[in-house]
Design a protein around this ligand. Sequence first.
Ligand SMILES: NC(=O)c1ccc[n+]([C@@H]2O[C@H](COP(=O)([O-])OP(=O)(O)OC[C@H]3O[C@@H](n4cnc5c(N)ncnc54)[C@H](OP(=O)(O)O)[C@@H]3O)[C@@H](O)[C@H]2O)c1
Length: 334
Amino acid sequence: MKKRLLNHLAVSEIGMGCMGLSHGYGGIPDEQSSIDAIRAAYDAGCTFYDTAEAYSPLLQGIGHNEILIGKAVKDFRKEIVIATKMHANVEENKSKGTYRMLKDHLTASIKRLQTDYVDLYYLHRVDRNIPVEDIAEGMGQLIKEGLIRGWGMSQVDVDTIEKAQAVTPLSAVQNIYSMLERSSEEKVIPYCIEHHIGLVPFSPVASGLLSGKVTQNTDFSHPDDVRKYVPQLSSENIAGNQPVLDLLAEYASQKNATMAQISLAWMIYKYPNVVPIPGSKNKGRILENLKASEVVLTKDEFEKLDGALNAIPVKGFRGHVEFQGGSMSDWGKK
Ligand SMILES: NC(=O)c1ccc[n+]([C@@H]2O[C@H](COP(=O)([O-])OP(=O)(O)OC[C@H]3O[C@@H](n4cnc5c(N)ncnc54)[C@H](OP(=O)(O)O)[C@@H]3O)[C@@H](O)[C@H]2O)c1
């Protein structure tokens, strides 16, 4: 697969979001099928895997997803980029200091991942009670120690990125971004391009909606299914966003591709620093999403698609949300 740069980190043009293998999209697959899926993604050219310390069933406990990835990638760990995320806790920050807090979380992640270093270490959510400059300084120290190769933040605006960037330059920003969540286009993506920061879109197929496979009858009732809190997936908004799905269906049929692939090919064409990390519990869909890298839009096709998209109002826009305290199990609702 073609490669892209998140600052100096070379990754496959499409990565694999591993969250759903542990949390967030209903029941989780058995461990062996998750491991097989991760290995199949590697065989298909994926060299970028996204996880977080928080990804565990119901967000209770720590590290289920990191342990899984550690097992799956141990034979090819050096060939890939592992991104994981830490949750900064105000009390812990106060008692230990920011650097020590970061290092303790990182050390635990490194152990679970069965490795010696993390390639890309994110602050999962900004908490306004912990200065982002302190986080940036601590991350800079971890880079100097060789424990991480680069760092990033998730769900951030340009003001926050600028403050952090002035202390320790970032490799990547991970924000929600898809055809239905485009607020990062206004300032964040242009800033990131200018400063050689990668933009890693999470929920790039809008939690499945852009695949055309989610309907008003899809069951989100499982206790660990965050889709019940995603505004675009309310019954009303699934119907309201049908014009975007119709547009994708039209291009999918023209290009002999799937709707999910067209939505991913659109963002890859649009920006040189964007590396989406679609997630799925299903090996076939993971491979389908990775193959979006082979769907080549012409300039004319892209412009018509983008122009048509611009003309369609989005229903249930979520926007970027910062963590403002509360318990981990509230995250999925934010
Ligand atoms: N930084 C953050 O705060 C944050 C937040 C959320 C997610 N993330 C990261 O971003 C990754 C991706 O985000 P996400 O999982 O929320 O959203 P997503 O990739 O937009 O969508 C995942 C959902 O879409 C379905 N899906 C994916 N590809 C499909 C296809 N080709 N056809 C049909 N259905 C398809 C999956 O269903 P099946 O599983 O049934 O196939 C799953 O329900 C996560 O794995 C995680 O690593 C980060």
